[in-house]
Write a protein that binds this ligand. Structure first.
Ligand code: FMN
Length: 231
């Protein structure tokens, strides 16, 4: 597949101004310019032990663009579809009752072959739905109490929760399940980044309303994870 052509189509079809807050943001937005990502690798050269030993919070990023393959791998690590022998399709992180309350947004600024912009990750298609073109990293940094390393990171994942998917089944206790799931997913991102010789950091300090407004989402943003090559 010619990724450049796919990405060009995505750029041309970029549409801003859509508001999200439904079960399927990409579908709701009526956008067709999705970016099919390179398939994830299921085997790699880094052991889990080495990735654990290498992980630390990286807040200084180099100017080197992130490859689309590395970006795709990290998105897959966060929430990608896998298969288990018993239940069939599952995901890389556990989810209470398989309710999958989390949505993954991407603020990309320095990714090779991907135009800067806001995107939504769709695990089933392993694709990105463009939500709005342009450089949004400074706005995300400003919403995160001016943690300026967010502007320097090639990309940031924003994890947002649709609580009712889980509280519908588990009542108030579902809220704690959502928060636990955020931890699982965030650690997957950290370990995958470390395995790719990249760095990442968990950012929990931000203004919820500003992040929601930037992403045009009704979901609750719970974590921002900037990542890229360490300086
Ligand atoms: C829930 C959570 C929220 C965090 N929020 C921030 C943050 O807003 N900004 C930041 O620079 N680091 C943040 N961190 C990263 C911690 O500061 C970091 O993990 C800690 O200092 C230990 O360092 P290490 O990750 O290098 O081992 C957060 C970590 C967690 C788990």
């Amino acid at each position: 597949m010619n990724w450049k052509l796919v990405l060009l189509a995505a750029t041309l079809l970029f549409t801003g101004g859509c508001r999200h807050g439904q079960d399927d943001p990409g579908k709701t937005a009526g956008l067709t310019g999705k970016v099919i990502l390179p398939p994830p690798a299921y085997t790699g050269g880094t052991s889990l032990e080495a990735a654990l030993a290498k992980r630390y919070s990286v807040r200084r990023f180099s100017d080197r663009p992130l490859s689309l393959a590395a970006l795709a791998q990290i998105l897959w690590a966060a929430q990608g579809i896998t298969t288990d022998a018993v239940t069939g399709a599952t995901r890389t992180a556990p989810s209470a009752g398989a309710t999958y309350p989390l949505e993954i947004y991407l603020v990309a600024g320095n990714v090779a072959d991907l135009p800067p912009g806001l995107y939504h990750y769709r695990p089933k298609e392993h694709s990105l739905t463009p939500l709005g073109p342009g450089e949004h990293r400074p706005a995300l940094a400003a919403a995160a109490l001016q943690q300026d390393f967010i502007s320097a990171a090639p990309a940031s994942i924003v994890l947002a929760a649709d609580y009712p998917r889980t509280t519908r089944r588990y009542g108030d206790r579902g809220q704690r399940y959502v928060h636990m799931e955020i931890g699982h997913v965030t650690q997957n991102i950290h370990l995958q980044a470390a395995a790719l010789e990249l760095g990442s950091v968990a950012v929990g300090a931000f203004d919820d309303d500003r992040v929601k407004s930037l992403l045009k989402t009704e979901y609750a943003p719970l974590m921002i994870v900037p990542f890229g090559a360490p300086q």
